[in-house]
Design a protein around this ligand. Sequence first.
Ligand SMILES: [Zn+2]
Ligand SMILES: [Zn+2]
Length: 555
Amino acid sequence: MARLVLLGALLGALCATAVQGSLDGSQVEAGLGRQLTQDKPHEYNYNRHGIDWRDEGLDNCAGSMQSPINIDMATLNRGEERSDVSGLYLNGLASPAYDVAADVTVNAEQDMKITFKDVAQNNMPAIKIDGSDMLFKPVQLHFHHFLSEHAINGAHYPLEAHLVMGDASGNTNQLAVLGIMYQYGEQPDDFVRRLQTKTIDEIATNGAGYGETVNVTDLSVNIMKDVLPPTHHNYVGYDGSLTTPPCDERVKWHVFTEPRTITTGQLEKFLMITKRGHTDAIVTNNRIVQPIGRPLYHYKLTPASYNYARKGIDWREAGLDNCAGDRQSPINIDTTDLQPGAVSGISLNGLESQSFTFTDAYVNLEQDMKVSFTAPTNNLPTVNIDGNDESFRPIQLHFHHFSSEHTVDGMIYPLEAHLVMASQAENSNQLAVIAIFYQYGSEADDFLTRLHTEAISAQQGNANWGDNNVPINLPITFATDLMPSSTEHWAYEGSLTTPPCDERVRWIVMKEPRTTTAEQMETFKTATVNAHYAAEIANNRAIQERNSRPISSIP
Ligand SMILES: [Zn+2]
Ligand SMILES: [Zn+2]
């Protein structure tokens, strides 16, 4: 019993101290050391599943915002209705390249807590709380086995992992915890297997004992692959507490509703380690569900069929659709290497002076904020291709933000709009895309302001971030809303810059940039990070090889 009490103290101490200071391994270890010499350690075990903690008023365990809880999926509020707390932006955590630790310590006891020594410092998960973005740094990961702590529609799962994250700035003691369920299945979980095997091997070879903290080297943890559920687009968020004493009510909980899979044999290993760690340990380490008495929110995000985690380099490597072709876009425009007229004089003709006004527009409330519209068929702009004037009808407009796709002599603009136009020639699938750069300036762009106002008001109405084809009222007048004052442009033949990367695009890249502001860029970011978990802030494909394609300059 004495040993279990002491380990209880360790758990509570770590949770209580983990967010102070810089959160690196040495701070956490230092906090642990101080707590060991405290006069009055926390005393708890799981014999009554924590009912006694509440009964006896242990620490904050009798509070009104305690965790875990039962989640009744039928009574959830929409995530968008949560006014003071946003959803969780996983940022880098959801990227395949984000390993949070290379070597770790593992408590070879009840919860097999992994403490990260070495956490990536950039691209950390974020939650907007009371209007400001707060970054969270993964601190530790542990398990509740044989019974999950949270229940969904009254049902428990056999295992629940908790990824504990602390305020990366170290300025507050705010915690955010991700809860991940596991269900029984035929396939073992590869990460649980590595964790258990390495811990047991370490004990067998290096003399550390069960019930002790074991140094495990070479156990890297990739959160997306190793911890998150296979489709991590669905979770419940609420305000709650630590589920162990001191039960502090300072946790933003995110409980994923789709489980991972483990085998009964893997559960047996948790039991073996628990039993060897404490002679009188009971099989499960779950606190009983607590009274709710507060709103719960359901976040449902739309998965993207591709993402920008690797800027599309992976599309080419994987041979996705036509993305490995040799006439791909975007490219760098080298203004010292132009071949005038080589692409047979593409001409904008009247487009720059035309004023089409569309009122039946639809916007995608996500990464590229694509606006689709039905343009009239009369008075269409023409592009001169191989000596013939070909009519093109604008079909949609979208944006690449925080990094332009095309670059000019290596220079990147903060925003690039693409006006996509379809050939009106019979049986032609030819596209022409006009690219317009924006540079930072003091003046907001009026058209972007109107677009963003419409998008935000749609989102505050019936639409959600991530929805496609939301109707908006957005008249577009090309000459003033989109085109720069100069009609000078570069032209070349290339491809769509997103899968399927079809090589059927005449590119017209306007030389003169328009102007936007940092504030306007924030709205693109808001739409992007709320729409997709794995979203990167910038949605630009990496520059592609030019492969001796001519670029013409049209004055
Ligand atoms: Zn836990
Ligand atoms: Zn584009």
